[in-house]
Design a binder for this molecule. Structure first.
Ligand code: FAD
Length: 117
């Protein structure tokens, strides 16, 4: 029982890290195609997430709070808010979303510099 809880927490940690890092690297001014891709990715993520209860609850959250895909900032803030909804349900502290973009660095910052060059 304890081991299962640990595994579920590790999976959650890894999943949230990837989730927030993708949003923090999403374009500032996405095309319609990029907006559609992100929205689909998030809905598919909610369907394949390998914890049945979590997936079901997260799909309900997405129905109530649809992904905001207009810009990097709105997407990242939206992601922070839905994670806070999950935190709330699990009795965890609310996370401060004000520095969300700085909090999730993929370590691939030079990619953007190369594009600018
Ligand atoms: P996590 O919630 O895993 O967060 C990891 C780190 O992210 C934190 O240490 C903090 O640094 C940062 N963080 C915290 N809040 C935010 C935020 N709002 N925005 C950005 N960064 C933040 N577990 C269940 O038991 N039941 C469920 O129904 C459930 N549903 C889930 C649904 C999804 C889609 C996911 C990805 C996970 C779900 N989990 C669920 C797992 C749960 O959310 C946690 O990942 C797990 O309990 C471990 O919690 P944690 O305290 O280590 O922090």
């Amino acid at each position: 029982k304890m081991a299962n809880e640990t595994l579920k927490a590790q999976l959650g940690n890894a999943a949230w890290r990837l989730f927030h890092t993708i949003l923090a690297r999403y374009p500032d001014a996405p095309s319609k195609q990029e907006q559609s891709t992100l929205s689909q990715y998030i809905h598919l993520f909610a369907q394949v997430y390998p914890c049945g209860d979590c997936a079901r609850h997260f799909q309900q959250l997405l129905a109530k709070y649809p992904p905001q895909t207009k810009s990097r900032k709105t997407a990242a803030l939206w992601g922070c808010h839905v994670h806070n909804k999950v935190n709330e349900r699990l009795g965890k502290d609310e996370y401060d979303c004000t520095t969300i973009l700085e909090d999730y660095d993929c370590g691939c910052g030079s990619d953007e510099k190369e594009l600018d060059a």
